[in-house]
Design a protein around this ligand. Sequence first.
Ligand code: ATP
Length: 242
Amino acid sequence: MSLLEVGAVDAQYGLLKAVRGVSLSVDEGETRALVGANGAGKTTLLRVIAGAHRPAAGTVFFDGVDITRIPAHKRVALGIALVPEGRRLFPGLTVEENLSIAGGHRPGGGWTVERVLAIFPMLQQRRTQRAATLSGGEQQATAIGRALMCNPRLILLDEVSLGLAPKAVAAVYESLRELIGGGTTVVLVEQDLGRALSVSTRVTCMLHGEVVLEGASSALSREQITAAYFGVRASSGVGADT
Ligand code: ATP
């Protein structure tokens, strides 16, 4: 069984169906890119997995356990960490304080402030600086570091490069590669298709709340993904596979 098994999930905001019948399996050690246009339902799906949004139907299994009705804070303790869009740091706290506050949720994974600073060198000079005064890239690195401090088995990253300067995106991805190389399981929402493909093992494309394409990142062309992204179904379809 995969580490994460999402089964036929529907998620709604009132009458609006944001996610429709989505199934997704993510293996341990895999990096899954989740792509799709604005409003495709990617953030909502991540929130369902993290327990921040209750699905109207369907199931979420983590490591073989049905967690569909388990609240978000207990999922953190099980090893699921979400880095939300917009980062949501404590602006008045320093980098170190933002990291430390997340420690202890799930002991045993080996993540410490020192280890986070080693993987994100850009934060080393910023250790005692308040989060409000950081650049966008530094804030994103702190938000990812904070999630790592929960010692996750699965890390959910929403819109990693959103609002970042190209240099900052490159620096954050360099650190992410190190993380991925270390075996952490990642589901990553990314608007930059090139980045998403280069870092992931598999890619899932959503459109209007549904999965319209899924396959190995190395086996899918940019054209196939772009067609699925914009709903040109003739050259795409679920199961463009490994
Ligand atoms: P983006 O890249 O713009 O973040 P997305 O693929 O992550 O898009 P979602 O944010 O999951 O998509 O949104 C899916 C749908 O749900 C959209 O139609 C959006 O307008 C709607 N939606 C999202 N959040 C809410 C909310 N809090 N209340 C009502 N509707 C919402």
